[in-house]
Write a protein that binds this ligand. Structure first.
Ligand code: TYM
Length: 331
């Protein structure tokens, strides 16, 4: 049976990268698959989070998921810490994954920075918890942005090693679903850096709660080069900022970078930026308004998370019980 699992960290404002790289595909998949969408709060605390901010961000991200078009009745929307199977299976995977595998993870190196000795153990073991998130449900499809590819490969390795070590066909090999023209949205200030919640510059990202004016200003100030727009996507090579803005336009208008280049061939950035602003405002402003509305009813958001967790637990618990049996922790 096909089953979708994906997650998002409640560590700051959701941004255009999250929306185009992940959320839009989540929305698309909800009609075809049984889907679990998880606010991964246990992942969030691998880096320091102020408790009051964390609990607010959990609700905000939940509001963002619903406002983006995910139906909390048909999908299972919940926060990770409510379902203990994630942490329990992660421990088993801590004992399956090898140090050498984790040593290769580029995200740990990026996030730990120079002072690696001072990083939390959780940050290092993060990919094992992520594998547990997916495999606790035997999920087969995982829609993510490009930056999660390496973690997904690790999840596949863990599933395979578990199956080999215990001589079983217990866990499936989860497939990454990395789809669309904006699987890696870049910073508006630097086309070689990923758009990220943790970038100190607010101008580097468009968030889902930005006002129309904020969006317009950020796009107007987005870095570009001096050339007019090319007539095909080939002309975007070695033009990271142009490629990024065209990719965003393509994703928002559900077309390809090539088609956008054809439409704006020879135009100056000023004209293109105006069109992009209009499109971004039309796509994001209604979501921001809906998020703000949902945040006024936090009890409703809690209900979604509690109900989602109950439904998630019903799937994960038998899989965890069977895993414990295979390992020999139960008769
Ligand atoms: P997170 O919270 O960083 O991001 C959530 C989703 O948004 C995608 N994304 C992007 N896509 C395109 N361009 C960008 N600039 C960009 N920034 C973020 C991410 O790829 C992701 O799909 N480790 C995950 C959360 C996680 C998870 C999981 C995902 C935990 N367990 C199990 C899938 C399955 C993360 O930190 O995502």
């Amino acid at each position: 049976m096909d089953r979708v699992f994906s997650g998002i960290q409640p560590t700051g404002d959701m941004h255009l990268g999250n929306y185009l790289g992940a959320l839009r595909n989540w929305v698309r998949m909800q009609t075809q698959y049984e889907c679990l969408y998880c606010v991964v709060d246990l992942h969030a605390i691998t880096l320091w989070q102020e408790p009051a901010d964390l609990s607010k961000h959990i609700l905000e991200v939940t509001a963002g998921l619903v406002a983006s078009g995910l139906d909390p009745k048909t999908n299972i929307i919940f926060n990770q810490s409510r379902v203990s199977a994630h942490a329990e299976l992660a421990w088993v995977f801590n004992c399956v994954a090898r140090l050498g595998w984790l040593n290769r993870m580029t995200q740990f190196k990026d996030k730990a920075g120079k002072n690696r000795e001072n990083a939390s153990v959780g940050l290092y073991a993060y990919p094992n918890l992520m594998a547990a998130d997916i495999l606790a449900y035997k999920a087969t499809h995982v829609p993510v942005g490009e930056d999660q590819k390496q973690h997904l490969e690790l999840a596949r390795d863990i599933a395979q090693k578990f199956n080999n070590d215990y001589g079983v066909e217990h866990f499936p090999q989860p497939e990454p679903v990395i789809q669309g023209p904006a699987t890696r949205v870049m910073s508006l200030r630097d086309g070689t850096k990923k758009m990220s919640k943790s970038d100190p510059s607010e101008a580097s990202r468009i968030t889902m709660t930005d006002s129309a004016d904020d969006i317009a200003q950020k796009i107007r100030r987005a870095k570009t080069d001096m050339e007019p727009l090319p007539d095909s996507a080939k002309g975007l090579e070695a033009r990271p900022e142009a490629a990024n803005l065209i990719g965003i336009y393509a994703a928002l208008s559900d077309t390809s970078a090539d088609a956008v280049c054809q439409k704006f061939a020879g135009a100056q950035f000023s004209a293109f930026k105006e069109a992009l602003t209009e499109l971004a405002v039309a796509s994001l402003a209604p979501i921001g308004t809906k998020m703000a509305d949902l945040m006024k009813n936090q009890d409703y958001l809690d209900e979604i998370l509690i109900d989602g967790a109950n439904r998630a637990r019903a799937i994960a618990e038998p899989i965890l019980a069977e895993t414990y049996k295979i390992v020999g922790l139960r008769r």
